[in-house]
Design a protein around this ligand. Sequence first.
Ligand SMILES: NC(=O)C1=CN([C@@H]2O[C@H](COP(=O)(O)OP(=O)(O)OC[C@H]3O[C@@H](n4cnc5c(N)ncnc54)[C@H](OP(=O)(O)O)[C@@H]3O)[C@@H](O)[C@H]2O)C=CC1
Ligand SMILES: O=C1CO[C@H](CO)[C@@H](O)[C@@H]1O
Length: 435
Amino acid sequence: MLHRRQFIAGTAAGLAAAPAFVRGQNLNSRVQIAGIGCDGKGWSDISEMHSHDSTEMVAYCDVDLSRTEKVKKLTPQAPVFQDFREMLAKHGDAIDAVTVSTPDHMHAFIGLDAMRQGKHVYCQKPLTHNVWEARQMALQAKKSGVITRLGNQIHSHEFYRTAVAAIQSGVIGKVKEVRSWCAATGHGKSFHISRPKTLEDVPKTLAWNLWLGVAPERPYGGWKIYHPWGWRDWQDFGNGALGDFGCHILDPVFTALKINGAPLELTADHTGLNDEVWPAQTTVKYVFPGTEWTVGGKLPITWYDGGRLPSLRGTDFPSNQALPKSGSLFVGENATLVLPHVGAPFVSNGVLLDKVEGLNHYHGWVDGIISGQQPSDGFDYGGPLTEAVLLGNVAVRYRGTKLTWNGKAMQFTNDDSANAWLRRDYRDGWDIAAV
Ligand SMILES: NC(=O)C1=CN([C@@H]2O[C@H](COP(=O)(O)OP(=O)(O)OC[C@H]3O[C@@H](n4cnc5c(N)ncnc54)[C@H](OP(=O)(O)O)[C@@H]3O)[C@@H](O)[C@H]2O)C=CC1
Ligand SMILES: O=C1CO[C@H](CO)[C@@H](O)[C@@H]1O
């Protein structure tokens, strides 16, 4: 039998073309994973992958070495890098798969490069920072034949799975309309109007240029101005509350109603936008094509964030009953289903729902690599979901204007200027090639 390394070396030439899961099937060993982004959500992604019986964490990468203490304790033998490109170049033979848990602006740059090298990818939500990148991620996953999963772990949670099964059992009838909302008002910076004036020195452990990556240059502002965590509200790095929570809260809507098409049109309203940060409160009215689980040819879905709440309660939903802080209302022909964000779903007519067991989302990806079966929520699904979410932030730039969208052509059809917001200009040396 070939040694693992020999096997990989022997097949490396054909790797990009061959389905990469072939490696996992023939290894007779563990799935060897590298974690990119080691703290914050990265730490939970890494520890969950590590807890699978058939994995080995073989390398780590984080642009800030001060944030790698936990992974060094977890597997002291695994090398730690600051630049994922160096990690893949020097250690790539030992790596079957990667987790990408960096801030959003780097997901596509890293994820595409990894998939082009035949690595399976588990990537945090939203899948990318802009619509074009989401399309490229889905195309590359298909081209490389790798096993992918979006890191919206609640997709596999008992509550979301229960709601999906209930809707598909017909308990509320076909769905007429959906309202989804999120209490978050960004992450505390959505009222800032400009960048910090006082700048702190870059910590010695942090490679600021690598943190910036594809984004335009700007000085390191200080702890939590951008890194870690604070990047979410800034347009160059994150996508505000919609980008942060859309792929969580809209996920059961997409899964339950089998939405796999792009919206037909969308209109946004909000509390104000500058050139730097996303608005504090946003509403996006989408119209999607109807599906087998909806009434008629069109499905309205409305998104609210920053504490805005839906006014429409739907069939039989008592107007004095409080809505959860975040969640979705599925207005059906016969009743309304309320799905709190990570809360037990309930139906307005009091029908008790059959509980569906939750699954380990992270392990589902590893099991997919081992079996060669793409789990639900791969980039073929996470790409379109992310596109829909991020289209909302394009509409935010055209407050009050209805934008019509041709998903297949990836184009707005009634305002060409909006098409410029589908992707960004990449910093010199950080370009992303189309698939
Ligand atoms: N699924 C979920 O429930 C959650 C998902 N997320 C998602 O996870 C991702 C990360 O968010 P979060 O952990 O809160 O962010 P943080 O800023 O706290 O952490 C990101 C980590 O990635 C590192 N990093 C940044 N850029 C790179 C790079 N180019 N290469 C390698 N490492 C890098 C950071 O280092 P540094 O210290 O320099 O910033 C840090 O350790 C986001 O996409 C977010 O949306 C977040 C929370 C929950
Ligand atoms: O996905 C996420 C889940 O919740 C966090 C807040 O508590 C978010 O900020 C994060 O990005």
